[in-house]
Design a protein around this ligand. Structure first.
Ligand code: SIN
Length: 513
C-alpha cells in the first residue's frame, strides 16, 4: 500500500492532522481499534484558550509555566497560546458546539488557571470533538481509515522514514495475522498516551505507549519522560479505566474533604482546591492513608448538576450516588505524560519525514506538569501548523525499500519481508504470557513511578525488575498485538524509570521522597 500521509492514531491530533493534510494529498489513518476508540473521548473538562476580554496571552502563558514548574519551553508555550483562539474557532467551523450564552462562549475554570478560559461541552468535550472530527474524516474522500490495524514498526533507513509495518487483527480465533508495509511520503505518530503502564489510570486500554516505542526504535529522542501527571480525582471504585471526576467539578465549586469533613486544601495552596494537579494529587494521596477522600458538590442543585455534568451524573447514578446529596469518593490516577518524543513547533521529530503530534510528543509546552485543558489545545495547535510546512514538501513515496529497513526489529521472522510485499504468517499467539507481563508492568510502575517516588529504589529495584520483564518478552518468538503492546510498555516503562532515577530533586509531578 502507498499513500502521501500515513497517520498512526485516531484521536484529536491524528484526525485534525488528517483533515489538514487531505487538502494536500491522500491520507491513510491506521488505528488499533475502532476509529472512535481514542483517549480524546475521555477528556471531560474542555479546551483552554484566550477567549475572554479579561484574559490575555501573557496570563495564559504564565499559568501554563507556573503549573509546569517553569520547566516549560516558553517559546513553545507562547506559540501554543497565541494560536489558541484560532484553533477553537476552527473547531467550531468544523461543527463542535461549545456551550454558549448570549452569543459568547461560556468559559469554565480548572486547577492552576487564574481566569475562566476553558471552552467546554458539558462534561464530554473530548467526546464531542472526537465525534465531529470522525464525521468530517469519514466525509473526506482523500482519507482512508484502516481500523483494527496496529503499527508494529516504522520503516526507517538512513534516518528517513518511509512508512510503517502494520499488523491487521485477525478474527478472534484465527491464528493468521496479516503483516503489511504501508509506504508514505510522510508518517505521523499521533498515538496518544501511556496511562495503561500504571495500575490505576483514567486512560483507556489503548494507551500503551506504542508511539513512543515506535519513535525510540526509529531513533527519535525523548525528553521529560519522568513527568507523569496523576489526576487528583478519579472515581474511587473498582473500574478499569477509572472514571474521571473532572476538575471542572472543582471549577464549579466542588470542595475536597476527608472523612472528618475537613477541607484539607484550604491551607495547602493559595488556589486551595484549584491548586495545580500535582499539589492536589499528592495531598489526596497522603489523606488516603488516613481514610477516604471525597468531592463535595452538594450545595449545587440537582438540576444544575444534571445539566452541567450529564455524563458524571449518569455514571454516579449507576452506582447509586446522587451527587446533589452524596459525597463522591475520589483517588488519584495516572492521567497524562508531559514528556515524550522531542518535536519542534512543526511536529518534526529529527527523523526525516516522520512527524508527531499530541500526547506522544514533548513540544515543551507542559514542562514538569501540564496545566489543565492544555492537552487538547496542544494537539490542535501543533497539528494545524503542518499545512504551512507541507507546501515545501518534495519527498516521494518509496515503491519499495531494499536492505534492512527496520531500524529496530525484534521480529526476526518478519525481517525479510521485501519492499512493499505482503506477508501472511501463521503465528501462534502467546497472548496470555504477554497479558501477565502487562500486569507486572502496571504494578511495578504504580509502586515505583507513582505519585511519590524513591530514587534509590527505582535504580536498585524497579529498573532491574523491568529489565527482567523485557528479557522475558524477548524470548517470545511469536507475534501478535498483545505481545507487541507488552514490549512497548516495557520499553517505555524502562525509559520513565531511568528518567525518574536521574532526576534526584522533586520538580512538578515528579516527586521524590
Ligand atoms: C478534567 O476534566 O479534569 C481533565 C481535563 C484535562 O486533563 O486537562
Amino acid at each position: 500500500m502507498k499513500t502521501d500521509f500515513l497517520v498512526i492514531g485516531s484521536g484529536i491530533s491524528g484526525l485534525n492532522f488528517a483533515l489538514n493534510a487531505a487538502q494536500k494529498g491522500k491520507v491513510i489513518i491506521v488505528t488499533k481499534k475502532k476509529i472512535i476508540d481514542a483517549g480524546t473521548n475521555y477528556a471531560q473538562g474542555g479546551i483552554a484558550a484566550v477567549l475572554s476580554k479579561t484574559d490575555n496571552i501573557a496570563n495564559h502563558v504564565k499559568d501554563t509555566m507556573e503549573a509546569g514548574a517553569w520547566h516549560n519551553n516558553k517559546k513553545a508555550v507562547t506559540f501554543m497560546v497565541k494560536n489558541s483562539s484560532a484553533a477553537i474557532k476552527k473547531l467550531m467551523t468544523l461543527g463542535v458546539n461549545f456551550e454558549m450564552e448570549n452569543n459568547q462562549l461560556k468559559l469554565t475554570k480548572e486547577g492552576g488557571h487564574h481566569k475562566r478560559r476553558i471552552a467546554y461541552v458539558g462534561d464530554y468535550t473530548g467526546k464531542e470533538v472526537e465525534t465531529v472530527l470522525v464525521k468530517r474524516v469519514k466525509e473526506n474522500k482523500n482519507i482512508t481509515v484502516l481500523e483494527n490495524t496496529f503499527a508494529l514498526n516504522l520503516l526507517v533507513k538512513n534516518k528517513t522514514c518511509f512508512g510503517a509495518q502494520v499488523i491487521k487483527k485477525a478474527k478472534k480465533t484465527a491464528k493468521n495475522i496479516k503483516i503489511e508495509n504501508i509506504f508514505a511520503k510522510k508518517t505521523i505518530l499521533a498515538t496518544g498516551g501511556i496511562g495503561q503502564l500504571f495500575k490505576h489510570t483514567t486512560n483507556p486500554s489503548i494507551s500503551t505507549g506504542d508511539g513512543i516505542a515506535l519513535g525510540i526504535n526509529a531513533g527519535c529522542k525523548t525528553k521529560d519522560m519522568e513527568f507523569i501527571q496523576f489526576h487528583p480525582t478519579a472515581l474511587d471504585k473498582k473500574l478499569s479505566p477509572l472514571f474521571l471526576m473532572s476538575e471542572t467539578l472543582r471549577g464549579e465549586g466542588a470542595i475536597l474533604v476527608n472523612n472528618k469533613g475537613e477541607k484539607f486544601m484550604k491551607n495547602r495552596h493559595l488556589l486551595k482546591d484549584l491548586a495545580p494537579r500535582d499539589v492536589v494529587a499528592r495531598e489526596i494521596y497522603q489523606q488516603l492513608k488516613k481514610g477516604p477522600v471525597y468531592l463535595d458538590i452538594r450545595h449545587k442543585s440537582s438540576e444544575f448538576l444534571k445539566k452541567r455534568f450529564p455524563q458524571i451524573h449518569e455514571k454516579l447514578k449507576e452506582i447509586s450516588i446522587d451527587m446533589s446529596k452524596d459525597l463522591i469518593p475520589v483517588t488519584p490516577a495516572a492521567h497524562y505524560l508531559c514528556g515524550g518524543i522531542v518535536t519542534d513547533l512543526h511536529g518534526k521529530t529529527g527523523i526525516k519525514n516522520l512527524f508527531a503530534f499530541g500526547e506522544v510528543t514533548c513540544t515543551g509546552v507542559h514542562g514538569a506538569n501540564r496545566l489543565a485543558s492544555n492537552s487538547l489545545l496542544e494537539a490542535l495547535v501543533f497539528s494545524n501548523q503542518i499545512i504551512k510546512n507541507l507546501g515545501k514538501s518534495t519527498s516521494t513515496i518509496a515503491k519499495s525499500v531494499t536492505g534492512d529497513i527496520f531500524s529496530y526489529n525484534p521480529y526476526t521472522h518478519v525481517k525479510n519481508i521485501p519492499g512493499n510485499a505482503f506477508g501472511v504468517r501463521n503465528l501462534l499467539p502467546s497472548a496470555r504470557v504477554a497479558m501477565k507481563l502487562k500486569h507486572e508492568i502496571k504494578n511495578l510502575m504504580w509502586e515505583y513511578a507513582g505519585i511519590i517516588r524513591n530514587c534509590k529504589k527505582i535504580k536498585k529495584e524497579a529498573i532491574p525488575k523491568m529489565r527482567k520483564i523485557e528479557k522475558k518478552l524477548d524470548t517470545i518468538k511469536t507475534i501478535n498485538q498483545e505481545i507487541a503492546e507488552a514490549r512497548n510498555m516495557a520499553k517505555v516503562g524502562l525509559l520513565i524509570l531511568k528518567a525518574a532515577a536521574k532526576r534526584k530533586k522533586s520538580l512538578g509531578c515528579h516527586f521524590m521522597l
